[in-house]
Design a protein around this ligand. Structure first.
Ligand SMILES: [Mg+2]
Length: 394
């Protein structure tokens, strides 16, 4: 039977804790929670750990969509129990009884029906999760990888930069660049600024002149500090300064892009959502590279639109993390020439699957490169040994 005759029988939402899609939910001592500068760093009591202010409060949302032949598509994202409630109590009605090819119509109904409490944040994370599960289901029913559903690959393999505390290790592992977290925000004064610049200088010495070095500021700075940091870091060949400001400060990003040295790129967007959010960034000329997270921005359906808009504005799209959910998209777009790999190893010294241990069959870059497997859907399975919980039903 053709995919457009297959009917969605049931939608189910689960939550789970510890790593997985909520990749900040790690043990103490992990590099991802080691005194990283954040907007909360102005409060000394929340400066040491992002978990202290609740970064891992949501947990993972797993969405499963079952067709009438028993085929199950699934996805994982960061939305936890709130997301499970939204899927079961609100969004499931737009899916059950529909055909599995109804992806555009379902997205539109999910978005418009949640406008009164949604538009971005956890609601868009949840919509993204449903959309990714639908693409996984369609791929599995058609026995095609998602990248084939999106028009096919434009290159043979992906090449990656690595995000983590050890760009020098990333260089040894074959990545094209390394992106470090910033550790000290404006509230830590000139001493913090000196330490930030020392870290970049020290890493530049370790990796030599040609390796890309980038800095992820996780929304922690203001325009004045970010401008001074950019000019100081230009001396050490910093390629880009990422997410320097809070996502709502489009005006600040536009100013920062004017202020940074001409050799440096301004990037942002992992906490932005929908074509309208990115339209704002692009029309204000606020970033050279946009970094939507396919699990947060509205899923593949919305990322297609965001990417087309970016292309027309001459901006690259380098999606934030998200493993296979990004890889299947990035390999189909000419304006996504490389991809991000998040080093989830505790000290960022080894390549481990990003969503480990939640997914089975999750591919990882070897020597900084990856040929996206031809396995149907997103090519991964949910680890049956994971302890998942279904908090709501409908
Ligand atoms: Mg980032």
């Amino acid at each position: 039977m053709a995919a457009n005759e297959r009917i969605i029988r049931q939608v189910r939402a689960y939550t789970l804790r510890g790593g997985g899609a909520d990749y900040h939910d790690q043990q103490r001592g992990h590099w991802i929670d080691d005194h990283i500068a954040t907007p909360m760093s102005v409060y000394p009591e929340y400066r040491e750990s992002r978990q202290s202010f609740g970064l891992n409060v949501l947990g993972t949302l797993v969405v499963e969509i079952e067709a009438d032949d028993g085929t199950v598509g699934f996805s994982v994202t960061t939305a936890g129990e709130i997301g499970a409630f939204i899927v079961e109590k609100h969004l499931a009605r737009f899916l059950e009884g529909a055909t599995v090819t109804d992806i555009e119509r379902i997205w539109d109904q999910m978005y418009k029906s949640t406008l009164f409490y949604g538009r971005r944040g956890v609601v868009l994370n949840t919509i993204s999760g449903v959309d990714l599960a639908l693409y996984d289901l369609l791929g599995k029913i058609r026995q095609e990888p998602v990248f084939a559903l999106l028009g096919g690959p434009v290159r043979d393999e992906l090449q990656f930069y690595a995000t983590g505390a050890r760009p020098d290790k990333a260089q040894e592992l074959g990545f094209i660049g390394g992106k470090m977290p910033l550790h000290h925000g404006p509230a830590e004064g000139e001493e913090g600024m000196r330490k930030n610049l020392e870290m970049i200088r020290d890493m530049r010495e370790k990796v030599g002149d040609d390796f890309w070095l980038m800095l992820d500021c996780w929304m922690s700075l203001d325009v004045e500090y970010a401008t001074r940091l950019a000019h100081g870091a230009a001396e050490y060949g910093l390629k880009w300064i990422e997410e320097a400001l809070i996502p709502d400060d489009y005006w600040g990003y536009a100013q920062l892009k004017k202020n940074v040295p001409p050799t440096m790129l301004v990037t942002t967007g992992e906490h932005e959502a929908t074509r309208w959010g990115f339209r704002h960034l692009l029309e204000m000329d606020a970033a050279d590279i946009i970094q939507p997270d396919v699990g947060w921005c509205g899923g593949i359906t919305e990322l297609i639109k965001i990417s087309a808009l970016a292309d027309a504005h001459g901006a690259l799209v380098i999606p934030h993390g998200s493993s296979v959910y990004s890889y299947h998209f990035v390999v189909t777009r000419t304006n996504s020439p490389f991809a991000e790999f998040l080093m989830m190893h505790e000290t960022a010294e080894e390549v481990v699957p990003m969503f480990s241990p939640m997914l089975l069959g999750e591919p990882v870059p070897v020597n900084g490169r990856l040929t996206v497997p031809e396995t149907p859907g997103f090519g991964v399975e949910l680890n049956p040994e994971i302890d998942k919980h279904r908090p709501y039903t409908h």
